[in-house]
Design a protein around this ligand. Structure first.
Ligand SMILES: [Zn+2]
Length: 84
């Protein structure tokens, strides 16, 4: 039900491109969104991403509660060459 909208995915890809100086045609592939798991933070079932504190799996609404922290962890993973 929830999960990332196309607009949110496009926004993330724009950030990846901006950070790495990629041109706008670069695919900036995201790994497939994780499906139907329970959020470590709010307990709701949704598509989760590993951007919670200490790499916990959280849903998009929980990620937005600490957007700055979520974004920092997102870029940490990117810099480490891990799946994002
Ligand atoms: Zn949540």
């Amino acid at each position: 039900m929830s999960g990332l909208t196309q607009g949110e995915i496009d926004r993330i890809k724009d950030k990846i491109r901006a950070k790495h100086g990629l041109d706008s045609n670069h695919p900036a592939m995201l790994t497939e969104a994780l499906t139907a798991q329970q959020c470590d933070q709010c307990g709701k079932i949704g598509e989760l991403r590993p951007y919670g504190p200490s790499g916990s799996l959280i849903c998009w609404p929980c990620g937005q509660l600490d957007a700055q922290g979520t974004e920092a962890r997102f870029f940490e993973r990117l810099d480490e060459g891990r799946d994002i």
